[in-house]
Design a protein. Sequence first.
Length: 543
Amino acid sequence: MVDSKDNSLEEIAVGEHHIHSSDNGNEELDYSHKVFEQEKALSRGLKQRHIQMLALVGIFGTGLFLSSGRGLALVGNVGFVVSYVIIGVLVGLNQMANAEISTLMPVTGSNIRHASHFIDESVGFALGWINVYNSVIPSELAATAVVMTYWSDVNPAVWITVFGVIIVATNSYKIGFYGELEFCFGIIKILLILGLFLVGLIIDLGGVKSQERLGFRYWKQSPWNEYFTVGSLGRFLALIKALNSACYSFGGVSSISFFAGESINPRTSIYTAAKRIIYRTFSLYLIAVVILSMILSSKDPRIVSPTGNATGSPWVIAIESAGIKVLPDIINAVVLTSAFSAANLGLVQGSRNLFALAAKGQAPKFFLTTNKRGLPYWGLAFCAAFIPLAYMSCSDSSSTVFDWFQSITSSNLLVGWMSISINHIAMTRALKVQGYSRDKLPFKVRFAPEAAWISLIVMFLIFITAGFSNFLKNNWDTASFFSSYFVIPLFIVFGAFWKIFKRTKFIRSSEVDLQTLFRDVEENPEPPLEKLHGWKIATLLWA
């Protein structure tokens, strides 16, 4: 049972005006409370190491361990690496912009609240409900059941039920407990990745008796695969399709700033996480992708025709091909923790999305209600109600259903990332128009304005071409088209509804309230960044 003690604010007003009672009993208009007051209902239980690990755990999920084989089979060994490099660079640029705007305005829901503050409340409303929609799609929970089929013939519905209950239970306690749980999963995952580096190199260099030295053999044999047609055009189409798949693998990066309202020293934590996610992406993720492309051919029939269960994991296939017996089970165990962790994150984000919307009067007010541990339990209950959608993956076409979920999630992720860039562009214009120097920002990132534009343009191109295969001759697939582009009419409907209902107006750069944000920076100073020396440099992997 969730503790019924109500810690919601006694006088939370929503919409354009926020009225609260001052100590002397007089009511006064105070916009700063409209922006930040609701955050006090949440528990600030997440430390910097939690924020760092949440981002890392979210990135190293089923996208790398389970479904990356589809991208490898699609585009070829060299093309596979290129697709992840492109998305990795874009995500890094995007997080440069995210670091600046989120440290200036550290609030739960991050880009949702930023859009309402810098652009238009109707945009924040649309983004918020799309994020809720994205959070309740149980793609990772479905993946847990898929992973379990590696060991068990039990109906996947049983595992969905078991893990669904566990996920709800872990989310029903204070946020600090959730942070510690994910921190432990993250440490396990980092150890696995380092182990995969070692095993992959041993296999590639001929250190396994049953397999000769591979070197870059597969890069030479099948560097680029073709899609739909032959030649350069076919290779280009394969790359475009693979980029959308790679987006799914980087989904958890948004958690860097999402939990600002529940973080200790949020500005410092967000900036540090955003800065470190760039080199972590390249030093860990892309090295893993390179090694995988060296030890597994894109022509391997086991990834060309995936089984829909964990036996299709490219890492398992590569290690089994080398004749190693024990490691595949260990990998699948960690894949399971990855899927569980990502599903857990989805439920947490969904409930906080609803909290962020309710803070702006864009969701029912009861979603602001928290118990004595700072848990927004109504949002948790709402998101948990969609867990049964995961049972769709129990059919014989489980692989197809998982692909649908992945495609929908990738499109929603791109919309979220583009919104970060647009929010930053709006903030930069407001700073310029109102005469604020970028030096006044609590944390400034070099080239962040340029990074916002580059990531926006390229991500938009990836987004609009995500479902291009449906427009090729005799290649139409209604389910694929729906999963690729459904977010567009969804955004239009949500945005138009709130704009008409509330008659909102786009906020001019001269009218953006920067004064409140800078005043909050001054009134809530945080300790300076700690410089790492000696053995503490090793903590860069997790802290």
